[in-house]
Structure formats: structure tokens, C-alpha cells
Write a protein that binds this ligand. Structure first.
Ligand SMILES: [Zn+2]
Ligand SMILES: [Zn+2]
Length: 354
């Protein structure tokens, strides 16, 4: 395909620029995807402010890492996908060949890259077309609306990885989720779908607390006027909660999480407060000795998580119908990020469509 397309590109700090660029050439094991719907992730706000700086030499590049589309061309060695297939995009490029890929931990691939951030030869999905390795395009069964499919590849799968893989949730365990943004609310729903007994949502926003209940939280805690740790122990009894999913990742929330879990509890940090990538956090770690508390992180998700998430959505065990609260046309993508950044509206996920 020798033609041009419209694409929103990062040029460093500041807003994305809508530009006319060349449609990428399809190589042996790639597919070219016509992008139908794209999710606006919280990290777009971080990219805009250079809080996740794109490495030197990798800009300008097309933004966007959460999207779904239709295969329009496939490389000669691609057999698993056909033209016309609807697909959910996986943004982490992994080699399929290193120790971690072979162990099914391809989110930690030695040679990993992200299409929006630094992957070689691939760029993001805020464009009319996006090139991906075929192994990064997951076929969608019929019946999943594209605007819902768009958000599977980040908010939904990252939450699944945190709850199921890193949290190791077992049936009838209790889960508290601190911070009810896109990942937090979907983590609440995963905890529910995967059989948690008590599910506690913690936030400081009325809409998010109300939505957590709709997504399956059995209890909510408004952290503005409650002692969160005390409240969690009131709900869970002397044992404390089994798992805390902390999507905020501040000194305060990690400290609270470590004091909220019971013996051998698990604290999963799935986000770090702005600045924490540069400035070390100070947290009292004594619970990890006294109570054998597990403190761990969770990054992205694996290919297996992605496939599993699609199966749950397709079989309607996982409901995405309430997740997309705002729909804007592709051309208004910067306005969509403005809305997210301003935070004045009741947002779960904003999706741009074309
Ligand atoms: Zn994201
Ligand atoms: Zn690898």
C-alpha cells in the first residue's frame, strides 16, 4: 500500500499533532490494521507532559496504544489472520524467543518495546492504519462492539494481570482496590468475575465510588473522610484483606496497603504516582517481615492474559457495556485527552472512533 494516512504524532512535550504520514509497509510477519476505535488511556496525559519521556531518536512517532481495528493486509508468512478479521491490538512488542517469552512472561521480554513509546519499526494506533506483528493482533469473535474492543488491550487486560497473575486471586478471597480509574474499576470487575468474596473499592470521587458498586464492589470507602486501614479491617475482620491492588502507587497508598492486608497478604502496585519513577518513595516495610506480606508490582499483561480477556468478554462473563462513557470522533483526539486531563466529567473510558 503506497499511500498516506492521517496520524496523531507525538513530537515531545505538548499535544499530539495531526499529520499526513506514509502508511507503513507490511513485512513478512506483519499485519496492517485499519484502526476503527481507540481508547484514551491515562498515560496519554503523562506523554503530553513528558512524564513518560519518549526516548531520543524515537520521535516524532504516532501515539496510542489501546485500539481495535480490521486487518486490511497481511504479510506473506502470516497464516493465522485474514483480511477483514476484527482484531484487538496488543501494544507490547515481544520477541517470542527469549527466556521470559518462553516462560509465558512476555510482558517482561528482554527485547520488549511499546508501540507508542519505543518499539522499533512499529508505532501507535492513533492513526487511520497501524502496522503490528501478527502475533500482536488478537482476532475478535463477532458480537463485541469495536468501541468496547478498543479498550481490551490496556485497561481491561492490565487489570486482569494485576488481579489474577500478580495478585494470585483464589475463590472466596477478599480484594481491596485503591484508586478507581480505568484499571481500578476493571480490577473490581475482574475480582468479582474471578470469584472474590469481599471486594472493597477505595477512592476520593463520588462517581467512581458509585461506579465501583455497579462494577461489583461489595463495599466502598471514601478515603476523604475515613481512616482507610481501619475501615478495611472493620470490613474484613481480624484477618485483614487478602489482596490490595494499588493503582495509585504513592507513599501513602502503599503504606496503607501494607497495613490493610492480613498475614501473607499480597500488595500489588500497578501504577506509580507521577515523579516516583525518578524520586524514591519512603515506605515502612516492616510488615513484609512481621507478616510475610508480599509486595509486588504488575506491568502490562501477557499474551495469555489478552486471549483470556477476549474470551471472557466474548462469552459475556465480563461486561464491557458500562465502560465507555464518552465517544468522540478521531479528529477530536486531543480534545478527548483534554477532557481526561481536566477530570471534571464522570469518565470511565473515552473512546475515539472513525
Ligand atoms: Zn494504557
Ligand atoms: Zn522475548
Amino acid at each position: 500500500m503506497d499511500k498516506t494516512m492521517k496520524a496523531f504524532r507525538w513530537h515531545g512535550k505538548g499535544k499530539l499533532k495531526l499529520e499526513e504520514v506514509r502508511v507503513p509497509k507490511v513485512r513478512d510477519t506483519d499485519v496492517l490494521i485499519e484502526v476503527n476505535a481507540m481508547g484514551i488511556c491515562g498515560s496519554e496525559v503523562s506523554f503530553r507532559h513528558d512524564m513518560i519521556p519518549i526516548p531520543e531518536g524515537k520521535i516524532p512517532r504516532v501515539g496510542g496504544h489501546e485500539f481495535a481495528g480490521t486487518v486490511v493486509e497481511r504479510g506473506p508468512k502470516v497464516t493465522q489472520l485474514n483480511q477483514g478479521d476484527k482484531v484487538s491490538a496488543r501494544y507490547t512488542i515481544s520477541c517470542g524467543d527469549c527466556t521470559w517469552c518462553n516462560r509465558g512472561m512476555d510482558n517482561l521480554c528482554t527485547n520488549r518495546g511499546s508501540i507508542e513509546y519505543d518499539a522499533l519499526g512499529y508505532e501507535g494506533g492513533f492513526a487511520e492504519y497501524c502496522l503490528l506483528p501478527a502475533r500482536n493482533a488478537f482476532r475478535l469473535p463477532d458480537g463485541i462492539p469495536m468501541e468496547q474492543a478498543a479498550i481490551i488491550g490496556c485497561a481491561v487486560t492490565t487489570a486482569l494481570h494485576a488481579v489474577k497473575v500478580r495478585g494470585g486471586l483464589k475463590t472466596a478471597e477478599s480484594v481491596a482496590v485503591c484508586g478507581l480509574g480505568g484499571i481500578g474499576l476493571h480490577a473490581i470487575q475482574w475480582a468479582n468475575v474471578l470469584g472474590a468474596k469481599k471486594i472493597i473499592g477505595v477512592d476520593v470521587n463520588d462517581f467512581k465510588l458509585r461506579t465501583a458498586t455497579k462494577f461489583g464492589a461489595s463495599e466502598t470507602i471514601d478515603a476523604r473522610d475515613n481512616d482507610t486501614v481501619k475501615k478495611v479491617h472493620e470490613i474484613t475482620g481480624v484477618d485483614g484483606v487478602d489482596i490490595v491492588i494499588d493503582t495509585v502507587g504513592s507513599e501513602r497508598t502503599i503504606d496503607q496497603a501494607l497495613r490493610s492486608v492480613g498475614p501473607a497478604g499480597r500488595v500489588v502496585v500497578v501504577g506509580l504516582q507521577g515523579g516516583a519513577f525518578i524520586h524514591p518513595l519512603q515506605v515502612n516495610l516492616s510488615p513484609i517481615l512481621w507478616y510475610e506480606t508480599n509486595l509486588t508490582g504488575s506491568i502490562d499483561h501477557t499474551r495469555d492474559d489478552h486471549q483470556l480477556a477476549i474470551e471472557y468478554v466474548a462469552s459475556q462473563k465480563y461486561d464491557l457495556s458500562k465502560s465507555v462513557t464518552h465517544k468522540l470522533p478521531f479528529e477530536k483526539l486531543n480534545e478527548a485527552i483534554d477532557i481526561l486531563e481536566e477530570g471534571k466529567q464522570d469518565i470511565i473510558r473515552i473512546v475515539c472512533t472513525r
